[in-house]
Design a protein around this ligand. Structure first.
Ligand SMILES: Cc1cc2nc3c(=O)[nH]c(=O)nc-3n(C[C@H](O)[C@H](O)[C@H](O)COP(=O)(O)OP(=O)(O)OC[C@H]3O[C@@H](n4cnc5c(N)ncnc54)[C@H](O)[C@@H]3O)c2cc1C
Length: 131
């Protein structure tokens, strides 16, 4: 509780809140998007609790999508034998060749669940909610 007797609002963000594995390659994107969305929601609401709720609603699908790395992936990316390391390097080398690269990107990066940030474009001129 604060000195005034109202509940203290605490928000955990970015890696401290959801930490997608580095293998997901989206932690920095989530960190920046999360900060932006939280700032926008705080600006739109007078109540911090309502802003936190709106923020979670917006960011959660993208976070859960980012966390959805197959459990086998960390093992495959950290081989413990020489053969495993050679296989990994060979596969990554092949996957990054010019003719294959676009196909690889499509296979690895599925359709994302990014937050629709355009909803905040109109917010600057619209009256704030929850006031
Ligand atoms: C090997 C690796 C590869 C990655 N590759 C990618 C990638 O390709 N693409 C991508 O999008 N993301 C990638 N990420 C993830 C990305 O780096 C993180 O998700 C992102 O940096 C999280 O931002 P953050 O602000 O939450 O945490 P951080 O960037 O870790 O910032 C936290 C800060 O808080 C400070 N701190 C900690 N404790 C305290 C304390 N008690 N007091 C004061 N300060 C403190 C730390 O020193 C640090 O500066 C990778 C991560 C790793 C480890």
């Amino acid at each position: 509780m604060t000195a005034a007797g109202s509940p203290l609002s605490v928000s955990r963000r970015r890696d401290a809140a959801w930490c997608a594995t580095p293998l997901a390659g989206i932690g920095a994107t989530l960190a920046v998007t999360g900060a932006y969305v939280l700032a926008e929601e705080l600006a739109r609401h007078d109540s911090i609790a309502a802003a936190f709720e709106a923020y979670e609603q917006q960011i959660r699908p993208m976070v859960e999508d980012g966390q959805g790395v197959p459990k086998l992936a960390p093992r495959l990316m950290h081989p413990k034998t020489r053969l495993g390391i050679r296989l990994l390097h060979g596969t990554l080398g092949l996957a990054s060749l010019e003719p294959v690269r676009n196909l690889t990107a499509k296979l690895v990066v599925g359709p994302g669940k990014e937050v629709d940030l355009s909803r905040y474009d109109a917010a600057a001129s619209a009256p704030a909610q929850g006031r």
